[in-house]
Design a protein around this ligand. Structure first.
Ligand SMILES: [Zn+2]
Length: 190
């Protein structure tokens, strides 16, 4: 059985849902943060979450699973393992999403994209463009948590396991700054 409440429970249990005062990659401040690696460091939870992604795409033949590094590597691997197909990951090089390490996508290959946490969706959009540029037939995008204020809109089938709309403030309007609560930097772009 699967429910959003259950996923929230797992995220809370493993310490992935943080409360405080956080500086987001966008430069905005928020009182909540999803530290996805608290979930990704637990293979048993990753297995359960990926089983739900697999379940949602059972009606689609899939040749390969593609995820953006770093978190997407873990999810893409596990989804591919359960599907019994290939997986690959996209990396960032000079601001562009690229395939390195000899990874390739053949024309017409049926590819599923997976991503852990999206806020603006920039990374997943760039990875989608990359797959399409390689001639992939993208069967869909699976997202663990969508933190966007408005749901992410993509031109392909999109399955979001959990929506946790973000309340974000500009530094000037941030109520946490006004209370003098110390700001924490999180995320990959330190
Ligand atoms: Zn603030």
């Amino acid at each position: 059985m699967w429910s959003e409440e259950q996923l929230v429970g797992w995220l809370q249990e493993c310490g992935a849902l943080l409360e405080g005062h956080f500086l987001l990659t966008s430069g905005l401040h928020s009182d909540r943060y999803v530290e996805k690696f608290r979930l990704l460091e637990r293979p048993s939870l990753v297995t359960k979450v990926c089983a739900e992604i697999v379940r949602r795409f059972t009606d689609e033949p899939i040749d390969a699973v593609l995820g953006p590094a770093v978190g997407g590597i873990v999810l893409a691997y596990e989804v591919a393992r359960q599907l019994g197909c290939r997986y690959l990951f996209a990396e960032t090089e000079e601001g562009q999403r690229v395939l390195r390490r000899g990874f390739s996508i053949s024309e017409g290959e049926r590819v599923l994209l997976v991503e852990d946490v999206v806020t603006t969706g920039g990374s997943v959009k760039a990875t989608l463009e990359l797959a399409l540029a390689h001639g992939a037939q993208v069967v869909g995008v699976a997202i663990l948590v969508d933190r966007g204020e408005t749901p992410l809109q993509l031109p392909v089938r999109t399955e979001v396991l959990l929506r946790l709309p973000l309340k974000a403030y500009s530094p000037e309007e941030c109520p946490l700054c006004q209370k003098g609560i110390p700001l924490e930097r999180r995320g990959s772009k330190r």
